[in-house]
Design a binder for this molecule. Structure first.
Ligand code: ADP
Ligand code: MG
Length: 231
């Protein structure tokens, strides 16, 4: 069995539908979707060791099947620059989650590479009852949530189709660069869209997928948060 099928089978065996972020990111890696380096810690000391291995600054996040929107429960702390900050953040995250969700089952704390702030985009996928797996693209934050500036295509997609999809959003000029804002690497985004479309085409057990956000740079892009929900 392939690695992706193995992860999915394991999640279903545990009677879950929502993949944990490290599970979703491990699946992304199998499809060459770039993600921030990560490791799951189960003790403060382990979190510090992982942070030193990954390199500061790091981000800590709760890993819990009971928590879907991690920042809503104080489960994400970014830009940790020292071992003592990591130790403190580890305790704070567990305390926050216990306060918001006293019965939350805790699988650990995710230590990950901090992606430098940049333009945020969203790549998503849903299984449309009529058209099957479809992919979505838009710019992060208000662009998707308020302005609904998004584009959908039926999967699978060619790279050319992915590129035309990117050019279709109203906010495209922001990606192309303007004044002193350099252009974003739309080629790297197109690769992520194509690889996402392959993933959801190969694995029809996936009902929803969200790479939100993906940081895009002048060169390259990196998925900072990944969510996958099974049927
Ligand atoms: P949520 O479950 O709340 O969506 P996220 O993992 O998306 O949690 O984290 C919330 C926000 O924190 C992100 O939208 C992003 O702005 C920031 N963030 C999370 N992880 C990283 C990271 N590795 N590098 C940089 N910023 C991050
Ligand atoms: Mg997110």
């Amino acid at each position: 069995m392939g690695k992706v099928s193995e992860i999915i089978a394991n999640v279903l065996k545990e009677k879950r539908k929502n993949l944990l972020e490290p599970e979703a990111k491990a699946i992304c890696q199998e499809y060459n979707i770039p993600v921030t380096r990560f490791k799951v810690a189960r003790k403060e000391k382990e979190a510090i060791a992982f942070a030193e291995e990954i390199g500061f600054p790091v981000v800590l996040k709760i890993v819990s099947p009971s928590v879907i929107h991690k920042s809503d429960v104080g489960g994400v702390i970014v830009n940790l620059k020292t071992a003592s900050k990591v130790e403190e953040a580890y305790k704070t995250i567990l305390a926050n989650v216990k306060r918001y969700k006293p019965n939350a089952e805790i699988a650990g704390v995710l230590v990950q590479e901090m992606a430098p702030p940049s333009t945020e985009v969203i790549v998503g996928a849903i299984k449309d009852p009529q058209f099957g797996p479809s992919v979505m693209f838009g710019l992060g934050g208000v662009f998707v949530e308020v302005l609904k500036d998004v584009v959908f295509r039926i999967a699978p997609l060619t790279k050319q189709e992915a590129k035309s999809m990117i050019a279709e959003i109203k906010a495209y000029p922001l990606l192309k660069g303007y004044r002193n804002k350099p252009p974003s690497d739309t080629d790297a985004i197109a690769d992520i869209i194509v690889n996402t479309s392959k993933l959801v085409t190969d694995h029809q057990e996936i009902k929803e997928l969200d790479l939100n956000p993906v940081m895009v740079y002048e060169k390259g892009a990196k998925t900072v948060d990944a969510r996958i929900i099974l049927e």
